[in-house]
Design a protein around this ligand. Structure first.
Ligand code: 6PG
Length: 221
């Protein structure tokens, strides 16, 4: 872990802690939506130790791979192992999983499980892949158009570039937040983001679906 990436993670953890604390000062509960992948791990570890009223915080994921929750590919496992630790273990975590065999069969149950969370989210934290995907809005996915246009909360996603089927909140639902944060690392990601900002088609670089939001960008090389 580079010093720059660790410092970024700690800076982001402090900003998210302050945002959640601010919302909890005038509402009963606050919702934090996080993304999976490798970038968030030091951020999760730093945030978990913040002295927040975690019992009043809901946490869910922007997307999930349709795998067993014990799998090393599971974003729910990533959250349980790194964020739901220490003080943050008191938070209410709702994973995007069900015992259905496929995400298509599980979408309704996951939508029901997440409907009662404290939407609009206090914070949605997005990552971005080298292909400009965010959450599971992938440029090579046949469901991308649906995920970008539906007002349904969740979409099952299958895409050639990914080994597992996925489930993702739609762009519409991920827009339902007071704050959007993009947390990315690597020079390659900065170049992709610059490309996205220069006006490429959202179907080519799905991250563009969120560049119209007030977006805080946390980037380290
Ligand atoms: C996932 C994430 C995904 C991630 C990007 C970036 O389930 O993998 O939700 O959208 O944010 O792929 O991943 P890295 O942070 O590992 O580069």
């Amino acid at each position: 872990m580079s010093e720059a990436r660790q410092a970024l993670a700690e800076q982001l953890a402090e900003a998210v802690y302050q945002a959640l604390a601010d919302d909890l000062s005038h509402q009963k509960r606050a919702l934090l939506v996080v993304s999976g992948g490798s970038t968030p791990v030091p951020f999760f570890k730093a945030l978990a130790q913040k002295p927040l009223e975690w019992a009043r915080v809901d946490i869910t994921l922007a997307d999930e791979r349709w795998v067993d929750e014990q799998s090393s590919d599971s974003n729910a496992k990533l959250v349980r192992d790194n964020l739901l630790q220490g003080p943050a273990a008191a938070a209410t975590f709702v994973p995007l999983t069900s015992d259905a065999g496929t995400p298509e069969e599980g979408v309704a149950a996951v939508a029901e499980a997440t409907a009662g969370l404290a939407w609009p989210a206090s914070v949605v934290i997005l990552g971005m892949g080298g292909d400009g995907h965010t959450a599971s809005l992938f440029p090579d996915s046949q469901e991308l158009g649906l995920a970008l246009s539906t007002d349904e909360p969740l979409v099952a996603v299958r895409t050639p570039s990914q080994p597992q089927p996925r489930i993702t909140f739609s762009a519409d639902r991920l827009h339902q937040a007071k704050r959007h944060i993009l947390h990315i690392t690597g020079d390659d990601k900065r170049a992709v983001l610059a490309n996205a900002m220069s006006g490429d088609d959202v179907r080519t670089l799905p991250i563009r679906a969120f560049l119209s939001c007030p977006l805080a960008i946390y980037w380290a090389p």
